[in-house]
Design a protein around this ligand. Structure first.
Ligand SMILES: Cc1cc2nc3c(=O)[nH]c(=O)nc-3n(C[C@H](O)[C@H](O)[C@H](O)COP(=O)(O)O)c2cc1C
Length: 363
């Protein structure tokens, strides 16, 4: 069994898979369920100085494994979290990261009150726009109020992630969580013609599998810019997603959509899958894959010549996916085996990513 223990911002986690701020941690019982489902830590639902008033409907599945939401911060008042919900979460014995929003004044008011329960604070920047100064002020307010690590959660707005991460580091942040859901986006109920979300303009924010590639890019950029630990968030739903997050520089992962759609047992399942993958690939610890992409990319030669993939005919099942999507007509399935015509192949690589067995490999 590979070692999945991680230490992030000086906090020890028994495994690096945990709920992101959102419905899976909306109250104390839900946080206990995440712990029972195998999470290595807990990030509580964001609270602010008053409970949010949320437009309904506020959640919809859009495509497999993806969602739109127009939830805000918690509808519960902060007093309820402090008196009832955080103590329950603390009883699990897992590190508890308390998510707060949004302005410096709100953080200055809330941070001292939640301090007795917080192993770290996570500051949401979701509603404070693209100018980094409100984020910088919020970080300073948190650092003045508490001595636990302050993690800043970045939204994938138009804002350049590298500049935002740099500003967070300079303001004294101890870690970064990236990313929040992406938007605004729009989903339509084709039967009624109405937006799926009940927000005034029908806008919602996208999360889950649809944003994984965006989240990986953001984590990758942040990891190459600042010297802060990163919680990778966005589209993690299986063990290899978490491994990919580590490869681009994350030190732990958070997930929300997969935990909503599949329930709290998803934490244990992803942890198990990470373990299996690491064992199969000969890694003793998850920390060994951290930053692998960043290191390997430096060695990769840039090439524009067309090189056909290698075809291992004995591994081909004849499923035909490669033939269907080869717009250049370079692959044909004859009988139950693929045949590759290297003179027609443009070396695009698509067939390699569609092949369900390792029968195709990029050179
Ligand atoms: C319904 C819903 C509610 C959310 N609420 C919060 C929140 O209160 N605070 C926060 O920082 N992020 C919130 N998020 C964003 C998630 O924590 C996470 O950053 C985002 O969904 C990407 O991760 P995922 O693809 O694993 O869902 C919410 C996401 C969803 C889907």
């Amino acid at each position: 069994m590979a070692d999945l223990k991680v230490e992030v911002c000086g906090i020890r986690f028994k495994n690096p898979v945990m709920p992101a701020a959102g419905p899976p941690t909306w109250n104390g019982d839900a946080m206990v369920a995440c712990a029972e489902g195998g999470a290595g830590g807990i990030v509580a639902k964001t609270i602010s100085t008053t409970g949010a008033v949320v437009p309904e409907p506020c959640m919809a599945q859009v495509g497999r494994g993806s969602m739109l939401n127009t939830e805000l911060w918690s509808e519960l008042p902060p007093e309820q979290f402090i008196e009832e919900e955080y103590p329950k979460a603390k009883d699990t014995g897992l590190p508890l990261i308390i998510s707060l929003g949004y302005t410096a004044d709100e953080i200055a008011e809330l941070a001292p009150k939640v301090k007795p329960f917080a192993d770290a604070l996570e500051l949401s920047t979701h509603y404070i726009g693209e100018d980094p100064s409100p984020m910088v002020e919020a970080i300073k307010a948190a650092k003045d109020a508490v001595d636990v690590p302050v993690i800043v959660k970045l939204s994938p707005l138009g804002r350049e992630m590298k500049a935002a991460a740099q500003a967070a580091q300079e303001a004294g942040a101890d870690g970064i969580a990236a990313i929040n859901s992406f938007g605004p986006c729009l989903g339509i109920d084709v039967e009624t013609g109405l937006p799926l979300m009940g927000s005034k303009e029908g806008y919602g924010w996208l999360s889950g599998r649809a944003i994984k590639a965006l989240a990986l890019r953001c984590v990758f950029d942040i990891a190459r810019t600042v010297d802060l630990p990163i919680f990778g968030v966005g589209g993690v739903s299986r063990g290899t997603d978490a491994i990919e997050m580590f490869m681009v520089g994350a030190s732990a992962v958070q997930l929300c959509t997969a935990a909503i759609l599949r329930g709290p047992s998803v934490f244990g399942k992803i942890t198990q899958q990470m373990n299996e993958w690491l064992d199969e690939h000969g890694y003793a610890s998850v920390n060994d894959v951290k930053g692998l992409t960043i290191r390997k990319l430096k060695e990769r030669a840039f090439r524009t010549t067309h090189l056909p993939p290698k075809l291992y005919v004995d591994l081909c099942t004849g499923c035909g996916l490669c033939e269907t999507s080869c717009v250049y007509g370079a692959i044909t399935v004859d009988g139950d085996k693929a045949h590759l015509d290297g003179t027609l192949c443009q070396g695009c690589g698509l067939c390699v990513t569609r092949c369900p067995t390792p029968a195709l490999e990029m050179p």
